[in-house]
Write a protein that binds this ligand. Structure first.
Ligand code: GDP
Ligand code: MG
Length: 726
């Protein structure tokens, strides 16, 4: 029998376990993309279970279906317009009251709904007893208990969903949400008015439409305008008139009164179905919070965690780094051996392997960093960090919630900028977006590792940590500046959510880590590869250049004169002469190579822009590296790999030696690190800023501001350091 594919959508509050259940239901058969038109993550997966082809769609997590945020709009539009066969609302049973708001709004839509009481284990451990049968009876919706992270109840859930999909849609009387007398009267009047209009066909349930019109729902009003041009004005007028009447009678906006009534209803439900055992287990989360969000201890502990994150990133990263390093070395040696001398060989060894290889060795660091960030998120600590930062964030007129995107920025600025969508106020969003690029992303890390590792050897970790702190400081100062000068306004009052602590699941941590690191790998195979090749071409051509001296002749001369002397000396003296000879030849050869590089295309570009970077202590090679870093900051290191280690060796040691010989000092290295920290974010980030602010003005402003700040700060550090005699 040919069966149609069932479509099951998962809705639910953030942190209710939606993604966990989605992952467990779909396994590896997932597709990740964006919702059409907006960049909110869209996950779906096709499975075959219990004899049905099923598509599972993970809707964005929301607390309600009131269309305030993009997530809410996306979730509601999907349910309204795409008509999934069943909507499963994943409810955090340990937070039943808060989660029931969304559940209740789903009930109001005339779609097939199931409530999954997830986190049943947590609810139990806190001593909550929930009467699922009663809940189901009261609300007219099937209810299933699940424990998402242990895969418990999921089969049951799926079976219930399939059964529900097969049964005809009937909305039992209990499911009707009732409002108080005045509001019900207005709803009825609105509905009758809509029904009485000729030729009006609504795609949504008429009662629901009436409710939304009385609430002044902007999106529904727009839909009505679109769908029934000639009738819409009258209908909207009627709605306004009824809203006016209601406001007068209720002494408040109808939508506020209706929200209050919904909460009242929920409070009543809670009383009916939930009981708390008297010997309630002490709430572990609250105890942990006594320490972690303590007024005095909280902040030092937070700094310690961040410090530990970087320590783990570096110390654990060293070992795999060495393996990859060795692997790159072998690969290079292998090609050296098998390929005949040719341009292609040079391209592969000096361009591709030197460039991509110098980045590949940082993969372990980046994986570890993302792992730590996933750990913060999945344990629930991230929200505490935001809570702790609340005071500091208020200095720049933002609240702690803005700190979450900023902290994510340590991984990659692009998802961080997208994460600002959780902020309600547009000004807050723009402000957060503008300062997030100062959060040092993982792509900048390789630059620090190379430079700090070379010039601050034993103190590298501390120096890098300070660089990160410096980025935060610049972000705070800039934020203050923007708030007073450009984005005036109050920060909206806000209650920070503190979800309970959870022991994270390894599988989820790994999935989160992988999701984000994938981008790094993609970049390595794409833009960094192309970048390395372009840099190599620019640095190896033109091939025939006019040298200021005839190096070859001089080398030949040195050879000859020493060979003569050697042949006339005794064994001991000959050995010494031999050494002297190779040293002199070496000097000449590297002088030749230096001149060649300077006269290559890239050398000319570098020389051209060098005056800009000279005052901050960066030579032409560094200048080129910074220029290319605009495309993606990883490229800074791969460019240096190609330019400095021109001898055809991608090993980081070689790059370090070359850097030390290039005349760079600890001070200029510091200046360069600060520049890399602050200057214009990469192309992808600028793209994200453009999309999320929807404004070219802010995008260009960010470009100009960050670059100016970077140059200014590096200048102060470099020139200041020189004055102090470093
Ligand atoms: P989402 O924001 O709704 O997508 O939530 P996630 O799926 O990311 O889950 C948030 C956290 O809750 C993760 O750390 C999960 O491991 C955990 N989690 C999910 N379901 C359960 C459950 O039933 N019991 C417990 N104790 N933890 C769960
Ligand atoms: Mg999720």
């Amino acid at each position: 029998m040919e069966k149609r594919q069932l479509r099951i959508a998962l809705a639910g509050n953030p942190n209710s376990g939606k993604t966990t259940i989605f992952n467990n239901l779909t396994g590896t058969r997932q597709k990740v993309g964006n919702w059409p038109g907006v960049t909110v993550e869209k996950k779906e997966g096709d499975i075959h279970k219990f004899g049905h082809d099923i598509k599972i769609i993970d809707l964005p997590g929301t607390y309600s279906l009131t269309p305030f945020s993009i997530e809410e709009i996306v979730a509601r539009d999907f349910i309204l317009d795409e008509n999934p066969d069943v909507v499963i609302d994943i409810i955090d049973a340990s937070n039943l009251e808060r989660n029931l708001y969304l559940a209740n709004q789903l009930r109001e839509l005339d779609c097939k709904v199931i409530f999954a009481l997830n986190m049943a284990d947590v609810a139990r451990s806190r001593g909550f007893k929930i009467d699922a049968r009663k809940l189901s009876e009261l609300l007219g919706v099937p209810v299933v208990f699940t424990v998402g992270n242990k895969n418990e109840g999921l089969d049951d859930l799926l079976k219930t969903a399939i059964e529900l999909a097969a049964s005809p849609l009937e909305i039992p009387e209990e499911r009707r949400v009732r409002y108080s007398h005045d509001i019900e009267a207005a709803i009825r009047e609105m509905r009758d008015y809509i029904d009485s209009r000729d030729g009006v066909t609504l795609s949504y349930d008429p009662r629901w439409t009436a409710v939304k019109l009385l609430e002044g729902d902007k999106i529904i009003k727009d839909r009505i305008r679109e769908k029934m041009a000639d009738q819409s004005e009258k209908i909207l007028e009627k709605a306004e008139q009824l809203r006016g009447q209601l406001s007068k009678r209720l002494d408040d906006e109808p939508e506020i009164v209706m929200t209050d009534e919904r909460y009242g209803f929920i409070a009543g439900i809670i009383k009916e179905v939930m009981s708390t055992s008297t010997r309630q287990r002490v709430d572990i989360s609250r105890n942990i919070d006594l320490v972690l969000t303590n007024r005095f201890l909280g902040f030092p502990i937070f700094i310690f965690f961040i410090w530990a994150m970087f320590q783990i990133t570096f110390t654990l990263g060293v070992y795999p780094m060495e393996w990859i390093d060795a692997g790159v070395g072998y690969l290079s040696a292998f090609f050296e051996y098998v390929l005949p001398d040719s341009v292609l060989k040079d391209l592969i060894i000096d361009g591709v392997i030197a460039g991509v290889g110098s980045i590949a060795i940082f993969l372990p660091n980046i994986l570890l960093l993302f792992f730590c960030i996933a750990l913060f998120e999945d344990t629930g600590y991230m929200a505490r960090a935001a809570f702790l930062m609340d005071k500091i964030m208020h200095l720049i007129g933002l609240h702690g919630k803005s700190f979450i995107p900023m902290l994510m920025g340590f991984g990659c600025n692009v998802p961080a900028i997208i994460a600002t969508r959780s902020l309600e106020s547009r000004k807050d969003r723009i402000l957060t977006i503008l300062i997030t690029p100062f959060m040092s992303c993982s792509a900048r890390l390789p630059v620090y590792i190379v430079l700090a590792g070379t010039f601050f050897a034993a103190h590298a970790g501390t120096v890098i940590f300070m660089i990160y702190l410096f980025g935060i400081a610049v972000a705070i100062v800039s934020g203050r500046l923007f708030r007073t000068a450009l984005l005036k306004g109050e920060d909206a009052p806000f209650v920070m959510e503190l979800p309970p602590y959870r022991v994270p699941m390894m599988k989820n941590l790994l999935i989160h880590m992988w999701d984000r690191s994938k981008m790094f790998l993609k970049k390595m195979g794409g833009i960094i590869l192309v970048g390395s090749i372009v840099i190599w071409v620019l640095s190896s051509y033109p091939q025939h250049i006019q040298y200021s001296k005839d190096y070859d002749a001089q080398i030949e001369q040195v050879k000859q004169s020493y060979d003569d002397k050697i042949s006339r000396s005794d064994a001991v003296k000959a050995a010494r002469l031999q050494q002297e000879q190779s040293a002199r030849i070496e000097t000449l050869a590297s002088a030749k190579e230096a001149e060649r590089a300077e006269k290559s295309y890239i050398g000319r570009i570098g020389k051209f822009i060098e005056p800009v970077f000279e005052p901050i202590g960066i030579d032409w090679r560094g200048s080129v590296a910074l220029l290319t870093g605009f495309v993606a900051k990883e490229i800074v290191v791969s460019t240096m790999g190609v330019l400095y280690a021109a001898e055809g060796d991608a090993e980081s040691d070689a790059l370090r030696n070359a850097l030390q010989e290039s005349g760079m000092t600890a001070l200029s290295a510091l200046s360069m690190m600060i520049f890399v920290l602050l200057y214009v974010p990469c192309l992808a980030t600028l793209g994200a800023i453009g999309r999320e602010t929807g404004s070219m003005k802010w995008t260009f402003f960010n470009l100009g501001y960050t670059t100016a700040v970077a140059w200014g700060m590096s200048f102060v550090v470099y020139q200041g350091g020189r004055l102090l005699g470093f």
